[in-house]
Design a protein around this ligand. Structure first.
Ligand code: C2E
Ligand code: CA
Ligand code: CA
Length: 746
């Protein structure tokens, strides 16, 4: 998702850049051409003006030279001798680099520096003009001897007494002046002309194709165009100006400026092609520059985007991916949860948050090592993830805890599915091929309320904890009852140590009685928790919790000492003393010094070991007969008697019984209850009692509540009865009183 927006943005950016570059180019092109045209116009106007000035100066110089020659000829006798005159003229001619220099006398006889003589080389009208104006330039004409195009300059000799004394003249080739125009040709791009007002071209650089500008020819639109008209108009009035026109398909700028001499004009022409050329060059250069900038910027953009997406990918990984399993982490799960949940809601499919935990993962880590532990996590994660259906989510929340969001069209179906997935995910095999004891426990919270995510987590967790309480159960659903249960357990756990110190645990004694006489034969020590706020709490509420957390070890030893204290007290006070049974959890059996500790404690109080009966529950026996045998032998060795508690409640096995030397078997009250109104069951019970007796053990019936029960149990050979029919568990004082009463009755 992130990636696409990035590229989309980049694409839009590039498109925008390209569009603006295109628009900018067009605008730039226009600006450049406009600017260049302006420049060209300014340049051409300037050029014609300069051309005019330069040419005026050139002509002025020619006249000055002629004047100085005229003055030098005005000495007496200078014109008398023709031979001498020719020599003189020739010398002047060479010095001033005219083509020819000459003198034309008043009678019209022209003598040239090359020695030739021509009559009326300069026509009589022109001679008149020369005297009038003081100077003369011919139009373009043919040279008298060379046949080349030339110009003729002439000035009058100083007048003598009002009579004309002749004219000094010189000729120069058009070619010569054309070269002079070349200097004004703007690096060869422009054309320079000297022309008269009628458009006759006198001098041109480069050589002109037409003789007259305004009669350029049929292929020209200039001589018929408006530009031509304006130019003619301007020229007839002696004004300067500029114009643009097209000649033979080529657009040109033309600028004209009047000369001082002969009403001639200097004309500069610049083809716009050169302007366009320059604009194009400039444009191409700018475009190349622009494109390179765009390319560089583009590369930079790509680079930045790449960096950005890389770092955002890295950031995403850091924040949302579990590095070990590559699965989503809790953050990612929380992030995706609302949308996934909403999708289920929309389709009206109930959904559940499932918490999965690997049982005893810490121990697994300790035993097999962290590397194996990591492998287990990876495989479990893969299996869980692989079980997902469309729209469902999965993450590794922490260490060995995984979360799933699963669809739950049917509650039982989901329970079965989770069981199934857990079993499959738990089937882990080491790379060595050995299988590893691996099991998972799951808590399911069927989301039925709009509660915050952490509360959902909490509920799935509570469900998990309640599943955990029942051995062999893989998953449990969250319900209010299990939540309450867990809250209570938490309370118990947080209070137990303090309660023990505060003396809140009390010993009660329940008599084991003779069926016939009802007299107290012995007793069982039962714990009660006297909670300041709740009053007396029966052991069923807290013993299972203590067995889970190990606190039972402390409590049992406390109860042992309480029992010993009573026995010691009775003895010391001379009161009746009976043996007392003390309950020990199966957890003690794992303790290596259990038996020694028992003996030492009993000795500490100076109580004979025979007065203690150790009650071990049947479930202890099941599964580890050898250990049990050892313990019983050890206890017997110290003189304690041993009772098997709750016989018949679980997996009773007569075979096991045969191998174990219990002093006494306590029939479970539930077991007896099953015999109520059930003749077959009664038969089994009586057979069992007979067998136990034949093995040499005593039999105590627990939970005897009715006379009828007592009668039956007594009849089948039970030795003692422990039940409400005879007595409830009593506080020590009451129990003592009972014993005393019994002694007194004797
Ligand atoms: P348990 O060892 O089987 O103890 C006998 C239980 O049966 C006692 O329950 C007793 O009050 C009850 N009982 C006796 N006669 C009758 C009767 O006629 N009808 C009925 N319905 N119940 C009767 P309690 O005191 O609630 O103890 C429950 C269990 O807690 C005990 O079962 C025992 O397993 C455990 N427990 C009690 N104190 C200790 C202790 O100090 N250490 C350990 N490890 N477990 C203890
Ligand atoms: Ca017991
Ligand atoms: Ca029992």
């Amino acid at each position: 998702m992130y990636k696409t927006t990035g590229f989309k943005r980049a694409f839009v950016l590039i498109l925008a850049a390209a569009t603006s570059v295109a628009a900018g180019s067009v605008w730039y092109w226009k600006q450049v051409t406009e600017r260049l045209s302006q420049d060209a116009r300014a340049m051409i106007v300037n050029a014609s003006q300069e051309l005019a000035e330069n040419f005026d100066r050139l002509l002025g110089t020619e006249f000055q030279v002629l004047f100085s020659i005229a003055v030098s000829l005005d000495s007496p006798g200078a014109l008398e001798d023709q031979e001498k005159l020719v020599v003189y003229l020739d010398r002047q001619n060479r010095r001033n680099s005219f083509t020819l220099t000459g003198y034309q006398g008043p009678e019209g006889r022209a003598v040239f520096s090359n020695g030739n003589v021509l009559q009326d080389f300069i026509s009589p009208q022109n001679v008149e003009e020369i005297y009038e104006r003081g100077h003369y330039i011919s139009g373009r004409r043919k040279g008298p001897f060379s046949g080349k195009d030339i110009l003729v300059f002439a000035v009058p000799m100083p007048a003598e007494n009002g009579h004309s004394a002749g004219i000094v003249f010189a000729t120069q080739t058009i070619e010569f002046y054309a070269q002079a125009l070349a200097a004004n040709a703007l690096q060869g791009e422009s054309l320079s002309f000297i022309l008269n007002r009628g458009g006759d071209i006198i001098i041109a650089y480069p050589r002109a194709v037409y003789d007259n500008l305004f009669k350029a020819g049929a292929d020209s639109s200039f001589d018929r165009g408006r530009s031509s008209l304006r130019m003619q108009q301007d020229m007839s009035q002696g004004a300067s100006g500029w114009t643009g026109y097209t000649l033979r398909g080529e657009h040109r700028y033309a600028s004209y400026y009047p000369l001082e001499y002969n009403e001639w004009y200097a004309l500069s022409v610049l083809p716009t092609k050169s302007v366009a050329d320059r604009a194009q060059t400039l444009m191409i250069m700018s475009l190349v520059l622009c494109l390179s900038i765009i390319v560089v910027l583009g590369l930079l953009l790509v680079f930045i985007l790449r960096m950005q997406s890389q770092s955002s990918r890295a950031l995403y990984r850091m924040g949302f991916v579990d590095p070990l399993t590559e699965a989503d982490n809790l953050n990612a799960f929380r992030f995706k949860f609302p949308r996934a949940a909403a999708a289920f809601k929309e389709k009206n499919i109930p959904y559940a948050l499932v918490m999965v935990n690997i049982n005893r993962f810490k121990a697994l880590n300790d035993i097999y090592g962290f590397e194996q532990g990591d492998q287990v996590l990876k495989q479990v994660a893969a299996a869980l993830k692989g079980s997902l259906l469309e729209g469902e989510l999965f993450c590794r929340s922490s260490a060995d805890i995984f979360l799933l969001l699963l669809a739950c069209p049917d509650r039982t179906e989901l329970g079965r599915r989770v069981d199934d997935v857990a079993v499959r995910a738990g089937r882990y095999h080491q790379s060595s091929g050995e299988s590893m004891p691996l099991s998972l426990t799951c808590g399911i919270y069927l989301v039925d309320e709009n509660v915050p995510f952490y509360i959902m987590m909490d509920r799935a967790n509570l469900a998990w904890a309640s599943a955990k309480q029942h051995a062999g159960q893989i998953c449990a659903f969250y319900d209010e009852e299990s939540r309450r249960q867990i809250v209570i357990e938490k309370q118990i756990e947080s209070n137990m140590a303090q309660a023990l110190e505060n003396g809140e645990f009390k010993i009660y004694l329940q008599p084991k009685c003779d069926f016939k006489t009802g007299r107290t034969h012995s007793a069982e020590a039962l714990v009660r928790w006297m909670q300041p706020k709740r009053g007396l709490v029966p052991p069923d509420h807290f013993i299972p919790v203590f067995e889970k957390n190990g606190f039972i070890l402390k409590l049992d030893m406390f109860m042992l000492e309480e029992t010993l204290r009573l026995l010691k007290k009775w003895k010391e006070e001379g009161k009746p003393v009976v043996p007392v049974g003390v309950n020990f959890s199966r957890l003690h059996l794992q303790e290596p010094h259990f038996i020694d500790e028992l003996a030492q404690t009993a000795d500490k109080y100076g109580v004979e070991h025979q007065l203690l009966e150790i009650e071990l529950t049947e479930s202890v026996v099941f599964g580890n007969v050898d250990l049990m045998k050892q313990v019983i032998e050890g206890l017997h060795g110290k003189g304690f008697s041993v009772a098997m508690d709750d016989f018949g409640s679980g997996y009773s096995s007569l075979n096991v019984l045969k191998n174990l030397d219990f002093d006494c078997i306590k029939l479970d009250k539930e077991f007896l209850a099953r015999g109520e109104g059930n003749p077959r069951m009664r038969q089994i019970i009586s057979g069992l009692v007979r067998m136990v007796k034949s093995l040499g053990s005593g039999v105590v019936a627990e939970g005897v509540e009715t006379a009828e029960q007592a009668e039956f149990l007594s009849r089948i050979g039970c030795d003692l009865a422990q039940g409400y029919l005879f007595s409830r568990p009593l506080p020590p004082q009451e129990f003592e009183k009972r014993l005393l009463d019994e002694r007194d009755k004797k």
